[in-house]
Design a protein around this ligand. Structure first.
Ligand code: CA
Length: 424
């Protein structure tokens, strides 16, 4: 961890209290009405800084390759940690109150600093692959208790390896996309023959997504001690799940159509480097893990996460869940080390989901499956209506931020409205 040498301050207005402080600087892909070419920017306060334009003007140059005049972050993320750090330091310097390069040139400043309410965001990466882990012990225990009983909620493998499955990259969507209720084969306990119908148990899962920056070639794994150098940054992730489709299909190979219809992510990718001062140590694992997953000390970022539901025609959001990234049992490094130990190839833009992040109590549980005990215990929203699973017109909003006494690191939000199943 690198200690801050001194407090940074930006000349951009209102950045001290903003979730997009000078210590955050998340990357995203955007365009605006003046320039409809998608390109890379970073969020600062209420603005986005146009990194492609700074690069074009020779103000932000790292090597000879154009890194920011792209409609995805894949090329920049593939450059590796030293380039990520150099770029970050340069941007922090350019935005600093002590640096005159931008702030003294009003014409330049107005062309590179664009209000966020004037831009449209795009999916940050061309996502090569998506794997979803199952790394929260509370979540795995809650689900295990629901389906296997209280005695042994965790399966025998759970504390020995970070359990995961290969998800579907083609249906990872940017926040804001409406989610069409999926159809599939349902077989409630009271019927003998499955029938094809819209899911009646549509759910959210609050997760973090981590984007791989540097991958590994065929024949070479990513070792645990170098794993952090391969991880570029984090987003909020909602792994939409159809529990009734899942219940009938998932044995023996795991979830398939119950998950692959949609996964939503937030637009701004927060670099791991921005989170170094909010990392918290994790408890010692028991039983001890195998050697290829062993870390002398393990850390996760302290990121406060929240889920709210806002029904159609309601102006009120109801808090459904408050949880924290530090609740995970497995570290991000352990996830990628495990994923590649068999020489599975990772590429820049691969997305790893942490799995649902649940805390100790019901108000900290990260899915309606857990909160409603699979449809048995409803929750009441502010408008007086009850929910056991999501209804058409419900918007699910996930937000998250980290903070120190001096600054905030916001993740923005990932949201999506559920709409009714369609005739297709
Ligand atoms: Ca999941």
């Amino acid at each position: 961890m690198t200690a801050l040498t001194k407090q940074l301050q930006s000349f951009v207005e209102n950045t001290t209290e903003s979730p997009f402080s000078i210590y955050n600087l998340p990357y995203g892909v955007f365009y605006d009405s003046n320039n409809t070419t998608p390109r890379i920017g970073t969020a600062i306060g209420d603005y986005v800084l146009d990194l492609a334009l700074l690069e074009e003007k020779g103000i932000l140059t790292i090597g000879h390759q154009r890194l920011f005049n792209h409609d995805t972050l894949n090329v920049f993320a593939s450059q590796g940690k030293s380039v990520w750090s150099s770029v970050r330091r340069r941007i922090q310097s350019l935005l600093s109150i002590d640096n005159q390069e931008l702030q003294a040139d009003q014409a330049l400043l107005s062309s590179v600093l664009i209000p966020q309410d004037k831009i449209t965001m795009k999916l940050p990466f061309k996502i090569e692959g998506f794997s979803d882990f199952y790394a929260s012990e509370q979540h795995a225990s809650n689900v295990g208790k629901l389906f296997r009983g209280k005695e042994n909620p965790l399966l025998p493998n759970w504390k020995h390896l970070p359990v995961a499955y290969n998800g579907r990259a083609s249906t990872v969507y940017l926040s804001g996309k409406t989610i069409t209720r999926p159809k599939g084969q349902l077989k409630p306990p009271d019927v003998d023959v499955p029938f094809f119908a819209p899911s009646k148990k549509l759910d959210f899962e609050i997760e973090l997504g981590v984007f791989v920056g540097v991958g590994n070639p065929d024949g070479k794994r990513i070792r645990i001690e170098e794993a952090a150098d391969h991880l570029f940054g984090l987003v909020l992730l909602n792994d939409w799940s159809a529990r009734d489709i899942q219940a009938f299909e998932y044995q023996p190979l795991g979830p398939f159509l119950s998950k692959s219809f949609a996964t939503s992510i937030s637009a701004w990718v927060v670099p791991l480097e921005a989170l170094q001062n909010v990392m918290v140590p994790l408890p010692k694992q028991s039983p001890a893990c195998v050697e290829y997953l062993h870390q002398p000390s393990r850390f996760l970022p302290d990121i406060k996460l929240k889920v709210e539901i806002q029904p159609r025609n309601s102006t009120h959001k109801t808090m459904i869940c408050e949880t924290n990234a530090k609740e995970l049992y497995w570290s991000l490094e352990q996830m990628i080390a495990h994923h590649t130990v068999n020489h599975c190839v990772m590429k820049p833009g691969d997305l790893l989901g942490t799995g649902t992040i649940s805390g100790l109590n019901r108000e900290n549980w990260g899915s309606l499956l857990e909160i409603s005990s699979n449809g048995v215990n409803p929750i009441t929203l502010h408008d007086g209506s009850n929910r056991v699973f999501l209804e058409d017109g419900d918007t699910v909003i996930i937000t998250g931020y980290a903070e120190t006494p001096d600054y905030k690191i916001g993740f923005g939000r990932v949201e999506g409205m559920v709409v009714s199943a369609v005739q297709d």
